[in-house]
Design a binder for this molecule. Structure first.
Ligand code: MG
Length: 266
């Protein structure tokens, strides 16, 4: 019995010693450090989407909201909108039936929150726009406050393709470049399905989106991978119903305008 006991003790000591050496060896081993993410790491430039010229809009007319839509902006006021910072009234400039971004005031978002919807929104890059690439009429429409469909002047103006107008920002480029030129109205019709989450906060069903610009499909039931980050990869963050958010981008180019915004819950 004593001999057995001694053997057991020796075996345990040997195992513990081996473990200690193994932990020590692991602590000593050096692995390559991951390079910090920079914006350009999630931007790519080719292939550029083909240019498709939209059909002509007649005059300045637009399609008014259907009978069952919630009108988010009818040209009169921003009563449906607020500042995401503190819920105070939205401070963008309403004039001539349109609303123009007020860069000092920051983003605005709807007071209402949505899940699945059809959204109609019109936007115009001013005729006197200046700047290039991402600093040329940059704004954005965010689904549930988290997933940006890019708004930008991409009319004869190139940038990384997963950041041009109609891209799911830093994720999926549009299937076409359907831009009207500065000074003319562009129309987005967006069909969005909200994600369903597992208990651990990951997607059971990821969000999906279809985007049509000026009658041309840019995103065809595209899977959204997560939040649309400027730097780094998409993040998956559990959330419920969320607002439509319009971006006030910090670039110094002339502010863009929106009009005729309505939504139908699905
Ligand atoms: Mg943007």
């Amino acid at each position: 019995m004593k001999k057995n006991c001694l053997l057991k003790k020796m075996a345990i000591t040997a195992v513990l010693t081996a473990l200690c050496f193994s932990v020590y060896a692991q602590e000593q081993k050096e692995y390559p450090k991951q390079e910090p993410m920079r914006p350009a790491m999630s931007e790519y430039w080719t292939p550029q989407p083909k240019v498709v010229t939209p059909g002509t809009a007649t005059g300045n007319a637009f399609l008014s909201a259907p009978s069952d839509a919630i009108v988010l902006f009818d040209g009169k006021d921003l009563s449906e909108w607020e500042s995401p910072k503190d819920g105070s009234p939205a401070q963008w400039n309403v004039h001539d039936g349109v609303v123009t971004v007020n860069k000092k005031a920051g983003d605005i978002q709807t007071k209402r929150k949505f899940e699945n919807f059809q959204l109609h929104i019109e936007w115009m890059i001013p005729a006197n726009i200046t700047g290039t690439g991402q600093v040329r009429g940059n704004s954005g429409v965010y689904m549930q406050g988290k997933y940006e469909v890019q708004v930008l002047d991409s009319y004869k103006s190139e940038t990384y393709v997963n950041g041009q107008a109609g891209s799911i920002y830093k994720q999926t480029p549009p299937l076409a470049n359907a831009m009207r030129k500065p000074g003319e109205w562009n129309v987005y019709d967006i069909i969005y399905s909200a994600p369903v989450f597992k208990e651990d906060g990951t997607y059971r069903i990821p969000p999906t989106i279809t985007v049509i610009q000026n009658g041309i499909v840019l995103q065809n039931h595209t899977t959204i991978l997560g939040t649309t980050e400027y730097i780094g990869f998409p993040k998956v963050e559990k959330h419920g119903a969320g607002p439509i958010l319009l971006q006030s981008h910090g670039d110094p180019s002339e502010p863009i305008s929106f009009r005729n915004i309505w939504i139908r819950e699905l």
